[in-house]
Design a protein around this ligand. Structure first.
Ligand SMILES: Cc1cc2nc3c(=O)[nH]c(=O)nc-3n(C[C@H](O)[C@H](O)[C@H](O)COP(=O)(O)OP(=O)(O)OC[C@H]3O[C@@H](n4cnc5c(N)ncnc54)[C@H](O)[C@@H]3O)c2cc1C
Length: 154
């Protein structure tokens, strides 16, 4: 009879990370789960109770970023709010424009980064977060510069 230490439950796909289909990653991320589970099983001679901790270790770091991306990368697809949709669009086009002008500082919007299959969800979320910080810094510099000019003229 199996004991708790020799058995386990594995969650894959939507049951592990269910979100609206806005970013079109439901199937991709489910297939990645399967791929990584297969890796974990291969490394543990197909003993599932040994493979599951490795699966969790390998997969968990990508899941929170994936959920964050699902919430922000294209979250207004279904007309969920007038103001939010406009803010999202402004944010999207600012990032797109800045990434074209200064690509070595600003990354394109996360929705575009997601199309690059060579980047993990963790990497995409990290890049998007870094660009957010740079945009804040740029905003503060612009505000302070405008204030300085204004005070100088005054
Ligand atoms: C409208 C919509 C559009 C989408 N568009 C995209 C897209 O463009 N790109 C993309 O990547 N993803 C998209 N997705 C998400 C994608 O469909 C899911 O993320 C993906 O199918 C998840 O796969 P899964 O195997 O985890 O679950 P599912 O595909 O839901 O498979 C679960 C299966 O389990 C079966 N089942 C449930 N309960 C039981 C039971 N008690 N006993 C036996 N069987 C059971 C169900 O019938 C189902 O066949 C979309 C989803 C929706 C709803």
């Amino acid at each position: 009879m199996p004991t708790f230490s020799s058995s386990g439950v594995v969650l894959l796909g939507d049951v592990f990370h269910c979100f609206p289909p806005d970013i079109g990653q439901g199937v991709n991320s489910a297939l990645e789960d399967v791929f990584i589970l297969n890796q974990a099983l291969t490394q543990n001679n197909d003993i599932i109770s040994d493979a599951l901790p490795l699966f969790e270790y390998l997969r968990s770091p990508d899941i929170k970023p994936l959920i964050c991306l699902a919430q922000t990368a294209y979250s207004w697809q279904y007309n969920q709010g007038f103001l939010g949709k406009r803010l999202w669009s402004i944010n999207f086009f600012i990032r797109l424009l800045l990434s074209r002008i200064l690509p070595f500082i600003f990354a394109p919007p996360a929705f575009i980064l997601i199309q690059n299959h060579q980047l993990s969800y963790r990497e995409i979320w990290g890049i998007a977060q870094r660009t957010t910080i740079f945009i804040f810094v740029l905003g503060i510099v612009l505000i302070l510069g405008t204030l300085a000019l204004f005070l100088d003229n005054f």
